[in-house]
Design a protein around this ligand. Structure first.
Ligand SMILES: [Zn+2]
Length: 392
């Protein structure tokens, strides 16, 4: 087995689990959040920062790395670990999510998905066999099957996509050659309970070493996402890790853990940081706002990150206003610390048997951004990167 998963404790008031995944590159204590290193770098941070922040798993994007610099080159340079100088566990996605977000330039058949590169317009074909081979070249500890990401509310499309996703999952299993990487299956099915259940049952039958829940946090409401987790998690085997893909809003980490999720990843903390949006337990602040111009306090009182121990809000605001590189780095350190610290608190609460109290206290203070505001932000991002993927 490429990875080993031990369940250390299950919460008596919820479906939360405390566990440990052992990989060829070290251990991950779960539930865990993985910062995203889209192009073999977690933007604005280096591996030393990530270790200091306590990151135990990071993510790389196959779509981006396949196009640039190319998986052959990465393999030649010692795989992703050697290439980027990160010796801890790495997870790569299959590239499917990015390709399916290139709505205008892709074509799906049972064979695979054909698309045009967002860099130079060149044509490429991702098949299940090919994405497994590419991820074997990249050399992450945890790799993903190719799946079809359908629009979550379209019933007919989800039925069709699910059949393809399941056939592709089997082909990925057969294509796998390396024995030191754990290939995870991906549950799809949009916002439809019966499809989600059917998908989780089918994939469980294929006996993957871990299971991802895909196709969520893509425009559906939070209630829909939570109810899909309520339906899916209990169908998945207890003794395998469960990974909720692309989810990283603080409230979703708390709610996901309570529903039995072990792993999360998202570009949210790093992308927000570069825009000057910073997490606090009382909600997000935008450091560019004039109210912080003469504010000598740290981003958040009591935060133990390097940024908060060393710098004021006034200084950070100045760095953003002046367009200084340091702004991105200091803001990213704080936001990544915030989510990793939240996961540490969650794990402690599970250990102490007090997750329910922690959940109520955290959610009582943290204001959730309304669905229509999130939807508008999503549209803005889409139109800004019209030809390009959503993950960066
Ligand atoms: Zn901080």
């Amino acid at each position: 087995m490429a990875i080993d998963f031990i369940l250390l404790r299950t919460d008596s008031d919820s479906h939360a689990r405390l566990g440990r995944i052992t990989t060829p590159h070290g251990e991950i204590t779960t539930p865990a959040f993985a910062p995203v290193g889209t192009q073999a770098t977690v933007k604005a941070l280096d591996p030393r920062d990530l270790h200091e922040l306590g990151a135990e798993l990071i993510l790389g994007n196959t779509y981006h790395l396949y196009l640039r610099p190319g998986a052959d080159l990465v393999a030649e340079m010692g795989g992703l670990h050697g290439f980027m100088g990160w010796d801890g566990p790495i997870l790569t996605d299959s590239g499917g999510f990015q390709v399916f977000s290139l709505a205008n330039t892709r074509r799906v058949t049972d064979e695979g998905v054909e698309f045009r590169s967002h860099i130079d317009g060149s044509r490429h074909l991702f098949t299940p066999e090919m994405v497994v081979h590419t991820q074997e070249q990249l050399g992450a500890d945890i790799i993903m099957v190719l799946d079809e990401c359908a629009e979550p509310n379209d019933r007919a499309y989800n039925e069709q996509a699910l059949a393809r996703t399941h056939a592709w999952a089997e082909r990925c299993l057969h294509a796998q050659q390396r024995t030191d990487q754990a290939l995870f299956g991906i549950v799809q099915g949009g916002v439809f309970p019966d499809l989600r259940r059917q998908s989780a049952e089918f994939l469980t039958g294929l006996d993957f070493p871990g299971y991802a829940i895909g196709g969520l946090s893509v425009g559906e409401t939070k209630e829909q996402m939570y109810s899909m987790l309520d339906i899916t998690a209990p169908v998945l085997p207890e003794d395998k890790p469960r990974y909720l893909m692309g989810v990283g809003a603080p409230e979703d980490l708390v709610e996901g853990v309570a529903r039995g999720v072990d792993l999360f990843d998202c570009v949210l903390p790093t992308r927000l940081a570069r825009n000057g949006a910073l997490f606090t337990r009382a909600g997000r602040i935008n450091i560019r706002n004039a109210q912080f111009a003469r504010d000598a306090a740290p981003i958040e009182d009591g935060c133990q990150c390097y940024t908060c121990r060393s710098f004021s809000r006034a200084y950070l605001r100045h760095l953003f206003k002046a367009g200084e590189l340091l702004a991105s780095r200091l803001a990213t350190i704080h936001n990544v610390h915030f989510l990793l610290e939240l996961m540490r608190d969650i794990r402690e609460a599970i250990t102490a048997g007090s997750l329910q109290a922690f959940r109520e206290e955290f959610l009582g203070k943290y204001p959730i951004i309304p669905h229509d505001v999130r939807a508008a932000n999503r549209e803005k991002r889409k139109s800004r990167s019209a030809s390009h993927s959503t993950t960066n």
